[in-house]
Design a protein around this ligand. Structure first.
Ligand code: BES
Ligand code: MN
Ligand code: MN
Length: 459
C-alpha cells in the first residue's frame, strides 16, 4: 500500500473517533457576534489548540481586541508549505424555536436514507475545518508525518466581519509565511460533484438609526403632526431598488464587469433553473435584476439587501405609538472592481439626502471587503483538481459563489498568497439558518479529499 492509501485507510478506520471530536467542537456555543458568548468563543479556540497540540503541532492562541486566533504549525523542511484558514465562530441560532434539535446538541439523523450531521456550525465552518484537521491526523497516524508543511490559522470573528484579522495578518506575517493558502468554507456544485471556487463576492455592511422626536409619542396625541422615523426609513429602503430590480445608488455599478457572452452561454448550459433553485426555500420567482439569469443574480451581479429593520413597538398586542427611532441593517454584495468605500459613501449620501426636517441619522459600518477572483491557471489548482477528481470520480467544476470570505483578499494583499478555495458544503446545508447540517458524506469524503490534496501539493 502507498502512503496515500494508508492515510486514506486511516481516515476511514478512524471515522467514528473523528465524529466524536467534531461533536465535541460543535457542542461549544461560539457565537462571535453576541458578547454573551465570549466565553464560548474562547472555549472553542482552546479546544482546537489542544486538539492540534495533541497532533504534534506547535500551537498558540493569539489575542486580538476581539476573539483569539488559533495558530498551529508543523514544519517540513524542504517541502512546500500551506496555510489553512477556517473559522471556529458560528452564527446566532435565532429563531431558536425553528430548530428540530437544540443547535448545540449535534446529532446524526437519517433523512431519505442519507446520514446528516445536524447542529450550528456543522457546515459553516466547524465541520469543514475538521475535514482538514482529520486529514492531517490520518497522515500522522498512517505515516508519522505530513506530506507538506502546514500552518493552520483558525479565526473566531469571520461571522462578524473579521474586523481584527487584517491587523493580525500584518503582525503575524512571519508566522504565516507559506506557498499557498487553503480555505475550506465553500460549497460543492452539488451532491457528489466537487468544486473549486474561483470567485467570491465582496461585502459592505451598514447600520443606520434615524431619529425624530426626542421620545416615543402617543400616536393619537401627536399622529398627523409628528414625523414618524419608521415611515422615513421605509421610504429610504424602498428607494434602494427600482422596479426592474436594479440598485439605484449613483455609481453603484461602476467597476461591475460585463460577463462575456461565451461565459453566459456556458452558464446557460449549466441549466440552473430558477424554479429548481428557489423551490426548496419555498419561493418560485426570482426577485432580482429582471434582465439577468438566476445564476448571475446570485453570483456575478452586485446586490443590496436589508438584513433587519426595527423600531417602535414590536411586542405582542397593540401599542399606539410613534417611535423616536427607526433602525436598519443593510448589506451590499460586491463584484469585480466595485469599491467598498465609494459605495458606503454613496449609500450614506443617499440616506442623508432622503431625510426630511427634524430627522437625524447615525451610521455605523463594518469593515468592507472587495470581491475576490483567484487565478484559475496555477499548478497548485491543477493538482487540486486532479486530487478531487480521484476522490469523487468526476471532474470538479470551477465556480463563483455569492458569499464572502474577507480574508482571501487580505491573504493576497498582506501575505502575497493566492488561495485555493475548496469546500464540501451543499446549498441545502441551511448555513446561517435553523437546522444547519453537514452531510456525513461531505465530512467523510471531504477529509479524504484533503488527504489527497496534501499529497498532490507535495508532489
Ligand atoms: N462560509 C460563508 C461564506 C460563503 C457562503 C461562501 C456561501 C460560499 C457560499 C461565511 O462564513 C460567511 O457567512 N460569510 C459572511 C461574511 C460576512 C459576515 C462578513 C457572508 O458571506 O455573509
Ligand atoms: Mn463560513
Ligand atoms: Mn457564515
Amino acid at each position: 500500500m502507498s502512503d496515500l492509501e494508508r492515510a486514506l485507510q486511516a481516515a476511514d478506520d478512524g471515522l467514528e473517533d473523528s465524529l466524536e471530536r467534531l461533536f465535541a467542537l460543535l457542542k461549544i456555543p461560539s457565537i462571535s457576534t453576541d458578547p454573551a458568548y465570549r466565553h464560548g468563543c474562547r472555549e472553542a479556540a482552546d479546544w482546537l489548540k489542544r486538539d492540534l497540540a495533541a497532533l504534534g503541532f506547535e500551537t498558540s492562541l493569539r489575542e486580538t481586541p476581539g476573539h483569539p486566533v488559533v495558530l498551529a504549525k508543523l514544519q517540513k523542511p524542504g517541502a512546500t508549505h500551506v496555510l489553512f484558514y477556517g473559522h471556529y465562530d458560528v452564527q446566532p441560532v435565532d429563531p431558536l424555536e425553528k430548530w428540530e434539535t437544540p443547535p448545540f446538541e449535534p446529532k446524526i439523523v437519517t433523512v431519505g436514507g442519507k446520514k446528516i450531521i445536524v447542529g450550528r456550525g456543522s457546515s459553516d465552518d466547524k465541520g469543514q475545518v475538521m475535514t482538514f484537521v482529520e486529514a492531517c491526523r490520518a497522515w500522522k497516524a498512517a505515516t508519522g508525518a505530513l506530506p507538506v508543511g502546514v500552518t493552520l490559522m483558525i479565526e473566531g470573528e469571520e461571522e462578524c466581519g473579521s474586523t481584527n484579522l487584517p491587523a493580525f495578518l500584518e503582525e503575524a506575517k512571519d508566522d504565516l509565511a507559506a506557498d499557498t493558502a487553503l480555505v475550506c468554507d465553500t460549497t460543492m456544485w452539488g451532491p457528489g460533484k466537487p468544486a473549486i471556487t474561483s470567485a467570491l463576492r465582496g461585502l459592505i455592511y451598514e447600520e443606520i438609526t434615524i431619529r425624530a422626536a426626542n421620545r416615543d409619542l402617543h400616536s393619537g396625541m401627536y399622529g398627523g403632526a409628528a414625523r414618524n422615523p419608521l415611515h422615513v426609513l421605509s421610504e429610504i429602503v424602498a428607494g434602494l431598488h427600482d422596479k426592474t430590480g436594479r440598485v439605484t445608488l449613483p455609481g453603484f455599478y461602476d467597476g461591475v464587469p460585463e460577463t462575456p457572452e461565451d461565459v453566459r452561454e456556458q452558464w446557460r448550459g449549466l441549466g440552473l433553473d430558477a424554479e429548481a433553485f428557489l423551490a426548496p426555500v419555498g419561493l418560485s420567482l426570482p426577485a432580482g435584476e429582471q434582465d439577468r439569469m438566476i445564476i448571475e443574480q446570485v453570483q456575478s451581479r452586485p446586490t443590496c439587501d436589508v438584513n433587519g429593520m426595527w423600531g417602535g413597538y414590536t411586542g405582542p398586542g397593540a401599542k399606539t405609538v410613534i417611535a423616536a427611532e427607526a433602525h436598519a441593517k443593510v448589506s451590499f454584495r460586491l463584484v469585480g472592481d466595485q469599491d467598498p468605500a465609494a459605495i458606503r459613501q454613496a449609500f450614506r449620501a443617499y440616506v442623508r439626502q432622503g431625510l426630511p426636517a427634524d430627522c437625524a441619522v447615525e451610521f455605523s459600518g463594518h469593515k468592507g471587503s472587495r470581491a475576490i477572483q483567484v487565478p484559475v491557471d496555477s499548478p497548485a489548482l491543477a493538482r487540486t483538481r486532479e486530487a478531487l477528481a480521484d476522490e469523487w470520480g468526476v471532474e470538479p467544476v470551477t465556480i463563483g459563489l455569492g458569499g464572502s470570505i474577507p480574508v482571501v483578499g487580505d491573504f493576497k494583499r498582506t501575505l502575497g498568497l493566492d488561495t485555493l478555495l475548496v469546500g464540501f458544503a451543499l446549498d441545502d446545508d441551511r448555513i446561517h439558518s435553523p437546522n444547519e447540517k453537514y452531510d456525513l458524506e461531505s465530512f467523510r469524503r471531504g477529509t479524504r479529499s484533503w488527504i489527497r490534496i496534501l499529497a498532490a501539493l507535495a508532489a
